[in-house]
Design a protein around this ligand. Sequence first.
Ligand code: PSU
Ligand code: MN
Length: 305
Amino acid sequence: MTTGSLVVADEVVAALAESRPVVALESTIFSTLGLPSPANAEALARCTAVIRANGAVPAVTAVIDGVARVGLDAGEEQRIHAGSRKVANRDLPVAIAQRWDFGATTVSASLVLAARVGVTVFATGGIGGVHRGAERTGDISADLGAIAAHPVVTVCAGAKAFLDLPRTLEHLEMLGIPVVGYSTDTFPGFWMRSTNLPLAHRVNSTREAAAVAQAAWDLGYGGGVLVAVPVPESEALPAAVVARAVADAEAEAARSGVTGPAVTPFVLARVADATQGRSLPANLALAEHNAGVAAGIAAALCALV
Ligand code: PSU
Ligand code: MN
């Protein structure tokens, strides 16, 4: 599909036409906003490789030369790693109309693009959610509304660890989003396998996850399903280490006047320091693991229809 505003890679068009599995990926986590270089490039390479190894086609989303893109070649992927302009769903029409050179899509913008072209499974690291202090600031990520609005399965390792996670779960419930733990009964905590926050539902296989999405769509649900997958055990960080590192990082961000979109990269870098670099391999491992699970769900969905 090609319009002035949107270009889909030939490989993605072909896979969709033949009902073969496709997994969408965002680009913010693979830009300087999500991970430092060169870890961001390694993360994307590992995610696309595991999607292919599991028999699916990766479809990375981004805005490049004023055009929304679904599926990139290697040269285009390089532009993500240097990029630093964040494009959420509210920004996407503006980025195209004003022909932004480059825009790194967040979860919310990626879901718009995936849904538009008929990609039904999307993988990321952690979703955005309800920020701490949201009762004062109103800061709730557009990711949550986008998951509710678009018929796409989002596979994540929970939400950013410095969010208000109980309120994030309440908000997902309010939006009517089916949230299922993948072989877990609790909400995963990004770098940690568990937050000890109970989830209402659990699945134990990609086939079961696909069946939940298929049932939702059979019933006419217009929105998505959230599959929450714990970070692989070998790379997980201890909860106490993460809690202390995040608290210190947030206090330092507040002292140095870091606000808005700059907070995530700042906290991620500080947590990497505080954990002697162990947060970075955990981040890469969870993104790769999610991409592999997403490919399995995409394959199972293809087998169901
Ligand atoms: N989680 C992370 N790192 C990130 C993001 C999430 O651990 O960089 C990005 C994702 O692209 C997500 C976005 O969609 O942050 C949410 O941003 P906001 O809170 O501004 O809605
Ligand atoms: Mn926000």
